[in-house]
Design a protein around this ligand. Sequence first.
Ligand code: 5AD
Ligand code: SF4
Length: 470
Amino acid sequence: MTEAPAAQPKKLYIKTYGCQMNVYDSDRMADALAPHGYEPTADIGVADLVVLNTCHIREKASEKVFSELGRLKRLREERRAAGAELMIGVAGCVAQAEGEEIVRRAPVVDLVFGPQSYHRLPELIARAGTGPVVDTEFPEEDKFEHLPAPAREVTVRRGLTAFLTVQEGCDKFCSFCVVPYTRGAETSRPVEQVLAEARGLVEAGVMELTLLGQNVNAYHGLDDRGRAVGLGELCFRLAALPGLRRLRYTTSHPLDMSDDLIAAHRDLDMLMPYLHLPVQSGSDRILKAMHRRHTRAHYMNTIQRILDARPDMALSGDFIVGFPGETDADFADTLAIARDVGYASAFTFKYSPRPGTPGADLPDQVPESVKIERLARLNAQIQDQTRAFAASCVGRVLEVLIEKPGRNPGQVGGRSPYLQAVHVDGPERLIGSMQKVRIVRAGNNSLAGKIVTVAEPKSASLVESQVRPA
Ligand code: 5AD
Ligand code: SF4
């Protein structure tokens, strides 16, 4: 008797736009499809299924999707000419916001599904055989309960650092932001569910976890006794996992920096002294119009509470320039707060009116030329601050998680506690270890350092398997 040949694995290509949560979601989509014979490929030309995991936060991010769909239409024609099929899916926040409209505008699309329905992907793919399928519901069931965990070797291949979504959605409704509409109401994953996922990651060699949420510091997951647990306590629970060396979390809202969370920064060395705490504007008038629900003084006071607990904390933020009604004086307040906080880095954006958000209907929209000019001025200042921060690291000894081979032979690279890329001379067997590194030079985008005394990694075999294929 001859055995039936094993089914050829189908190839999955996911293109991810936008934030870290989309990066996490893309991996989880791959996990959902793995038991159904889909294997990731880095070559779009051989894919059987292409998924665009999209971002709706600004107009430019949204529009990229439609130009990519034009390219995919041509790819599908080429593949059909060669006798092969190609299925095309649009996932993420554009899918959630535009739904059916995507299929109308780009009939090449077979599947449209939102951030809350990707656990249903295998079923959606099966249905798409008979015509386009759109699923942008906010389902009753918890998608995380339905997503399979990745195989251990998949986690090992993904590297030493991992994202873990603990919270999703937002109830803040800042007047510029689409997130409350695309990601829905604020929800927190139960503590045990988070711990179980973290355990799987750490057992596969993950040393650094970044907890994700649109409003991650509003986390209030239930523990097994039905008690709501805040992010500070969750960090303590995670820190007890043997093998885990670093914790980070992003993105936070200033109103949710609770005393417990700040205490965790004081008491938990593993919680990295680098915090992304967006302020968006330095002007109280604009903060009010943005519906941020805090003032400049409240934000500065929050920063002081954090620095009192953790004096070596470096800060990062987000800024929007050119929100409707922003005057030169308001913008001067933004430059001032950026300087007064002394951000080590920041992300800066021109205001982009998003359909369906209150900001889009406000009078006094700021002309594009003014937005461009303000963005350039803010960027120049932030760049100076980032350079000054990097220069202040020269001479200091920073702990670096060695993650990968370096740029040049004989070098390895990793990240400082402040997320800066650091290159050091050292052999590849150091990948997967923490090293104390004296910083000797600050470049434009990275630091160079020397290992003070080499700390030998614990398990060479695990470390070898951690090197991601190029
Ligand atoms: N226009 C410009 N920037 C925006 N952001 C969110 N919505 C908009 C918008 N409509 C920025 C904010 C937020 C970051 C993720 O994106 O700064 O913190
Ligand atoms: Fe958007 Fe963040 Fe405001 Fe929520 S808190 S509406 S995600 S900017």
